[in-house]
Design a protein around this ligand. Structure first.
Ligand code: G6P
Ligand code: MG
Length: 221
């Protein structure tokens, strides 16, 4: 694929910080209380989904139908457990390689944005000290459709003043890779080839990506 690299959009959970495991722990606790079997494997399908879509997914797994008021209560409970797990998150919790790559991009004048389904994204970015490096933050508070819909990335590209064809998206979720591809972006999957096979390139960690690599991927010699 050949594109003029002008910007990068990063998912947050599982790409910039290792919060995906905390989401799992909090959902698992909720599923246990509802007596719904829920494994780490099941959790992969939840990555990238909004809070409400995640809850609906778990309830479907348990063939459970609940009224709106109860669902709101459950989501508030899950979020309270999650916030408790991440409250100590600081710069040390940035995933290896993420800050280095973002700094390289900024130094090169390449625009940097966040595209996350999480409503907690801005707070986490502030706590780990990365906010000043971002030109735009689009998160769960700004979108109506969560991944795999491309809305979050299309809004991110628009905020950066770029066309999707000029932007690379970094994602650890299958739903996120799908969102990026549907939106017309070049997608770098961060995780396993098995789960993220739809991405243009898959790396096992952000440590494996430098600006030089990115340029060679989007503009093969
Ligand atoms: C990210 C995570 C999901 C999470 C969603 C909503 O996309 O990958 O696992 O459910 O954000 O997060 P929130 O912090 O708003 O509950
Ligand atoms: Mg993620």
């Amino acid at each position: 694929m050949s594109l003029e690299l002008k910007g990068c959009l990063f998912d947050m959970d599982g790409v910039i910080v290792d919060s995906a495991v905390h989401h799992f722990v909090a959902w698992k606790r909720l599923a246990d209380e509802l007596s719904i079997p829920f494994t780490e494997q099941d959790n992969h399908a939840l990555k990238g989904l909004s809070r409400v879509d995640s809850l609906e997914h778990i309830l479907r797994m348990g063939h459970l139908q609940l009224d709106e008021k109860t669902k709101l209560k459950l989501m508030a409970q899950k979020n309270a457990w999650y916030l408790d797990l991440i409250k100590g998150m600081r710069a040390k919790d940035i995933l290896p390689g993420a800050r280095e790559l973002i700094e390289e991009l900024v130094a090169e004048g390449i625009k940097v944005g966040l595209g996350s389904s999480s409503r907690n994204a801005q707070m986490i970015l502030d706590n780990v000290g990365l906010t000043p490096l971002f030109d735009t933050v689009v998160d769960g508070n700004h979108i109506t459709l969560s991944k795999p819909d491309p809305e979050v990335f299309l809004k991110g590209a628009q905020a950066l003043g770029l066309d999707p064809r000029q932007v690379v998206v970094f994602e650890d979720a299958e739903s996120g890779v799908k969102a990026a591809k549907t939106g017309g972006f070049f997608a770098v999957g961060v995780g396993s080839e098995e789960q993220l096979g739809q991405a243009d390139v898959v790396v096992s960690s952000m440590k494996e990506v430098t600006l030089r690599d990115l340029k060679s991927w989007v503009r093969p010699a």
